[in-house]
Design a protein around this ligand. Structure first.
Ligand code: Q46
Ligand code: ZN
Length: 300
């Protein structure tokens, strides 16, 4: 197989693009996809400081690598979830990545902020671990960005993640989730920072290849709570679809973003208040994070 760009020996084949690339041209292709995402959705400019949420996995570290190489002003944010050895190793990968490139990394611990790590939150709430974990991550990302003066948070969600989330929302016709499914969420309140997903055009396989070719040392194991999560089941279904019909995931997600999403935009905006306890944005009186922290502290 030959590289589409230079005609040299190809290192990776991308069926959905009907193309193959050598190492250098694949890296360039990957970065161009990120550049296109940033440009198309006006995610951030070179004069803005970007907070990059890094889990220690391939996607978020690949994203950080691209942004550093392209000269953006980035700081990493790692949220230590307190999930046994998985979290110890994830944090170590982020710290090593940041130290090797001389870039700043902020670390915040869910156990310190909520009153207990994710496994304890799971026990106390008797809900799936991802529910308290996801809530805490979204809250802490936004709060850390505000506290440190970042106008925007970038996450490593890829095409597979986004297609699986969309699939889940469509299966249950989650009318509040559908308009929020976007590569770039604007700030709708002075205390809500922008959230962007510069990898949304790239598949999981492509980010894995990029991380490998760039010799990024990332945590290969998945979170132990990911097993049995519905999002993983949805990914499996979409993988099977993609196998028989290359490009299916892309068409599903991009078709929604380009054609269907506007139809789900809500006419009337939900009124936003500031939490009576912490001052962060909520639709109620007390925000979901403060309620969760109360519940965990009471139980301990
Ligand atoms: S870290 Fe947290 Fe994920 Fe683990 S508990 Fe679920 S949400 S699976 S991305
Ligand atoms: Zn609050």
């Amino acid at each position: 197989m030959k590289c589409r760009k230079c005609g040299g020996q190809a290192a990776i084949e991308l069926r959905r693009h009907n193309a193959a690339f050598c190492v250098d041209d694949f890296v360039e292709f990957f970065r161009n996809q990120v550049r296109e995402a940033i440009r198309k959705h006006r995610m951030f400019g070179r004069d803005e400081r970007v907070l990059v949420a890094v889990s220690g996995g391939k996607d978020s570290l690949a994203l950080w690598d691209v942004l550093i190489e392209d000269g953006y002003q980035t700081t990493g944010l790692h949220l230590d979830l307190g999930i046994f050895d998985y979290s110890v190793e994830s944090r170590a990968k982020c710290e090593a990545f940041a130290a090797a490139r001389g870039v700043p990394l902020l670390v915040s611990s869910v156990a310190d902020e909520v009153g207990g790590p994710v496994p304890v939150i799971k026990q106390v709430t008797r809900r799936p671990p991802c529910s308290g974990c996801g809530l805490s991550k979204r809250y802490l990302m936004n709060r850390e960005a505000l506290q440190h003066g970042f106008p925007v948070v970038a996450t490593g969600h890829n095409l597979d993640d986004e297609a699986a989330t969309l699939f889940g929302s469509v299966l249950h016709w989650q009318m509040e989730a559908l308009p929020r499914q976007s590569p770039a969420l604007p700030s709708t309140h002075p205390k809500l920072v922008r959230r962007v997903k510069p990898l949304y055009r790239l598949s999981e396989r492509e980010t894995a290849a990029y991380a490998f070719l760039r010799r990024i040392d990332y945590i290969v194991e998945e979170c132990p709570f990911a097993v049995g999560a519905t999002s993983i089941a949805h990914k499996g279904i979409l993988d099977r679809l993609e196998d028989v019909s290359p490009g299916a995931k892309h068409n599903f997600l991009f078709g929604f973003l380009e054609k269907a999403r506007p139809a789900f935009e809500r006419a009337e905006a939900v009124p936003l208040n500031e939490c009576a306890r912490c001052g962060q944005v909520t639709t109620g009186t007390l925000c979901a994070f403060c309620k969760l922290a109360d519940q965990v502290k009471r139980a301990r």
